[in-house]
Design a protein around this ligand. Structure first.
Ligand code: HEC
Length: 143
């Protein structure tokens, strides 16, 4: 009786491990692929303004994405900005920018926006969960 439970418990534990480890490996591989695609999109579309190091340009021209309190604070808001662009004053890390960020909804599909944002959220010292195409789709249909 008692042994039965121990064995059942052990099997459960081994079962969890053997399912859990390959699962995490697959997630990690998927994230690496998304990061790679995101980096290519970043280099084509965002780098001119936000710069290769994600620091933007000083003098209130282009805000940083690296270590940006604004960017990392609200994932849904950041998705809306990348889709629809941004104009008017925005304060990033204590500096106010008042410039024009183009809209990308006509240029990039949901997967591409998810990829580039996942790259930005996990580069230059940023750490954030991935952005999914479904999240971008929801923001896109909300307008
Ligand atoms: C033509 C220059 C330009 C390009 C290209 C550009 N941005 Fe921006 N971006 C800006 C400007 C300017 C702002 C600030 C807008 C304002 O002052 O209202 C901004 C703001 C942002 C913000 C919010 C502020 C922050 O720093 O957290 C995010 C997020 C962002 N951009 C992401 C992107 C992504 C992703 C791409 C590529 C798909 C991109 N940008 C391409 C100029 C650009």
């Amino acid at each position: 009786m008692h042994y039965g439970r121990v064995i059942a418990g052990t099997c459960l534990l081994i079962g969890c491990l053997s399912l859990g480890v390959p699962g995490r490996g697959a997630d990690e591989a998927a994230l690496q692929e998304q990061m790679k695609r995101g980096q290519e999109i970043f280099s084509r579309t965002c780098i001119t303004c936000h710069q290769a190091d994600g620091q933007g340009l000083q003098g209130g021209l282009f805000p940083p994405l690296a270590g940006s309190d604004f960017f990392m604070a609200d994932k849904a808001r950041a998705i809306r900005i990348v889709l629809n662009g941004l104009t008017g004053p925005v304060t990033v890390n204590g500096v106010t920018y008042d410039n024009v960020m183009p809209a990308w909804k006509g240029e990039l599909n949901n997967q591409e926006i998810a990829d580039v944002m996942t790259f930005e959220r996990n580069s230059w010292g940023n750490h954030g969960e991935a952005v999914t195409p479904e999240e971008v789709a929801r923001a896109r249909s909300a307008g």
